[in-house]
Design a binder for this molecule. Sequence first.
Ligand SMILES: Nc1nc2c(ncn2[C@@H]2O[C@H](COP(=O)(O)OP(=O)(O)O)[C@@H](O)[C@H]2O)c(=O)[nH]1
Ligand SMILES: [Mg+2]
Length: 259
Amino acid sequence: MIGSLFVTGPAGTGKSTFCASLKNFIQLNDAECYIVNLDPGADFVPYEADVDVREWISLSEIMQDYSLGPNGAQIVASDMILERTDEITRAVNELGEGYVVFDTPGQIELFSFRQGSMRLVDDLTGGRTMMSFLADSVIASTPSGFVSQKMLFGSVFYRFFKPMLFVLNKSDLVGSEDLARARRWEEDPDLLYDDLRDEKQAMVKEYLLGVVRSFRDSELTSRLYTTSSNGMSGFEDIYSQMNLFFLGGEESDTAYKDD
Ligand SMILES: Nc1nc2c(ncn2[C@@H]2O[C@H](COP(=O)(O)OP(=O)(O)O)[C@@H](O)[C@H]2O)c(=O)[nH]1
Ligand SMILES: [Mg+2]
C-alpha cells in the first residue's frame, strides 16, 4: 500500500460515490487504487469493492439472529468489524501496490464515533493513512451551515488525529460564487465571523460566534476542497494531497500539524 484515505462524513454526503470517482481518477492517472467497503449496511455501492466487509458480515443475518431492527443491527455489525479486523487486514494486505480508499458506513456515528475505530484505522493501514470529511455543499453555503459542518469536521478530526481534508462534496449543486465564499470562510475565520454576525440576529449568535473564535484560536483551519463526485471534478486536488503526503515533497495542506 502506498497510502490510504478514509472517507468519512454524514449520511448521504456522497461518500460511496466519492470513493468510486476517486478510484477512477487515480486509475486515469496511471496509478493503482483499490476500494475497501467498511459499510456492512450498504444495499448498493456504486463501485466494485476490492475488499468488502459484507463478505464477512450480513446485516440481515444479524437482524434475524439477534432479533434486532436495522439500527441495532448496524451497531452490532460495527462491533463485528472490530472482531474481524485481522481477516479484513489480511485481505487489504493482499491487494497490490497502490492507494487504498476506505468507504465508511452511511451514518457517521457508526464509524467516527465508535470506540475502537481509531485502532481499526491503524490496524488496517499500518498507520499509513489520511482522512477526508465530506460535507454537503448546499448546507455549507450559509455561514451558520458552514459552522455546523465545520464543527462536525472538528469532532471527527479530534477523534482520529490524522491528516484530514475538509471537503465540500456535491459542488455541482451550488454556484461558483457560493463555493468561492465558503473557501474564503475556511481561510479567514474573521470573514466567517462577520458574515455570521450578519446572518444570525437571534440568541444563538453569541454561541456560534464563540465557536468561530475557537476555530481561529485553535488554528483548526486549513484549506477547503470542493468536489463533485457525479461530475468528477475536484479530484486532482485530493489526489495531489495524497501524493504529497505519502510520496513526499512539500508539506501537505491538511488540518494536521505534527510536532
Ligand atoms: N448532485 C450530486 N449528487 C451526488 C454527488 N455525490 C453523490 N451524490 C448522490 O447523493 C446520493 C448519496 O450518495 P452516496 O454516495 O450513497 O452517499 P453516502 O451515504 O455518503 O455514501 C446518491 O443519490 C448520489 O448519486 C455529487 O457530487 N453531486
Ligand atoms: Mg455510502
